[in-house]
Design a protein around this ligand. Structure first.
Ligand code: GLV
Ligand code: MN
Ligand code: MN
Length: 411
């Protein structure tokens, strides 16, 4: 099939996959959900069509294997994630998996076997929506999965271990899902840019230099529920008012520190009635900066501020860091290969830093990693309006075809 048709096929598959959701009328696919199972089945069928054998590992990663010319060859890993945020765009994650499958399809149709095998991974959890602890899939493959996380519960109280079992996975087998790092040539991920730089430069694709580190925390203010009509204002222990003060403190600290981004994306107040003073407020906090020292310092200051707010209001505070990853620098050799491939298909190969997290960050614990970004319409992502064009997907497929052929040569 010509590259033009493969790009169209990727776009059609992106649309088909976007229909698989756990919420009607919007795209939401969280870790170990029935929607993830259906997505794995559909993507698995596309992997088989492209000439791969397919397996699902203990944590729920979908893995397609395309054999090497000789059985003792090493493995090049390609892929991205199949889970999504709530009310997601359809390109974040699936784009990288489907472009990888398209490249394998091309190899298979031209009966090309390389000196190394290729495995395409649809990672089970990059967004961390359900358990806030991201990279569950890639950590399992890289051997850095924290088995303590299996005890974490989701919003409905379901422990991660039970969710994995329900999905058909095997929590006891996660340690064994680790890939043999000695066999890995590297991991390359295509991803929608999720920012405006390539659009501003009028370029289809760019190469990622580094991925910012991130800290996520669960913050809980515990006050006292009471009657909204009878408790005087000066005697209240309103947990939601404390949370509101904290949200503004987060915004103000990030606004005043260059390059820092900090977000409270979730907040719930309970018991949650218009005539009850909120007794408890739970927030999520997400802090990022390209420089780890700045992120760590800012997170410490925010923790301190939350404690001050709690003391001033005579309420309690619980602060739990649920995710903490350092910044990742992409591998120089693989990145150069990608840059050279990009220069064959467009006038320049810009290097971009990623503020978003990616499975490549977790995979870097096991092997060299590189990433290719694809232009994102209006820079909009984590939003149903997220969009990439077929023409840009065509360029990305061509770049990855070149990259794949080159990547085994000098290792
Ligand atoms: C993943 O999309 C992230 O939150 O960076
Ligand atoms: Mn995302
Ligand atoms: Mn993503």
């Amino acid at each position: 099939m010509a590259q033009t048709d493969l790009a169209r096929l990727v776009m059609q598959r992106i649309d088909a996959l976007a229909q698989i959701s756990e919420e009607s009328g919007k795209l939401t696919r969280t870790f170990a959900s029935p929607a993830m199972k259906r997505a794995n089945e559909l993507v698995g069928s596309w992997m088989r069509e492209a000439g791969m054998s397919v397996r699902t590992d203990a944590v729920g990663n979908l893995i397609g294997h395309y054999p090497a010319a000789t059985p003792d060859g090493k493995i090049l890993l390609l892929g991205s994630h199949l889970d999504t945020v709530r009310d997601a765009g359809k390109f974040d994650g699936p784009l990288g998996v489907l472009i990888a499958i398209a490249c394998i399809q091309q190899l298979n149709e031209t009966k090309t076997r390389l000196p190394f095998a290729i495995e395409v991974v649809g990672f089970a959890d990059e967004e961390g929506v359900r358990y806030q602890s991201t990279y569950l899939g890639s950590r399992a493959l890289a051997g850095t999965f924290n088995l303590e996380d299996l005890k974490r519960t989701d919003a409905r109280g379901v422990a991660m271990a039970d969710a994995i079992r329900e999905f058909g996975g095997n929590p006891e087998g996660i340690a064994g899902a680790k890939m043999d790092a000695n066999r890995l040539l590297g991991y390359a991920e295509v991803h929608i840019e999720q920012g405006p730089v390539l659009e501003q430069k009028n370029l289809a694709v760019g190469v990622v230099s580094a991925i910012a580190g991130q800290t996520r925390a669960r913050v809980i203010f515990i006050g006292q529920a009471g009657h909204a009509g009878t408790v005087p204002m000066n005697l209240r222990k309103d947990a939601l008012a404390a949370a509101a003060e904290f949200v503004l403190a987060v915004e103000s600290l990030a606004q005043n520190r260059g390059g820092l981004v900090a977000t409270v994306g979730e907040i719930t107040a309970s018991p949650g009635a218009s005539n009850v003073i909120p007794g408890e407020a739970r927030l999520s906090l997400d802090v990022r900066h390209p420089d780890d020292a700045v992120r760590v310092k800012a997170t410490g200051e925010l923790n301190q501020r939350a404690e001050e707010i709690a003391v001033e209001r005579s309420i309690a505070l619980k602060w739990e860091v649920v995710h903490d990853t350092p910044a990742t620098v992409c591998d120089r050799r693989l990145t150069l290969l990608l840059e050279n491939a990009v220069k064959r298909h467009q006038k320049e190969a810009p290097l971009l830093a990623s503020g978003a997290g990616h499975d490549a960050a977790a995979m870097s614990a096991a092997c060299p990693v590189a990433m290719l970004f694809v232009r994102c319409k209006g820079g909009i992502s984590h939003n149903p309006a997220e969009s990439a064009s077929e023409a840009d997907v065509r360029v990305a497929i061509a770049v990855m075809n070149d990259f794949i052929r080159e990547s085994g040569k000098t290792n």
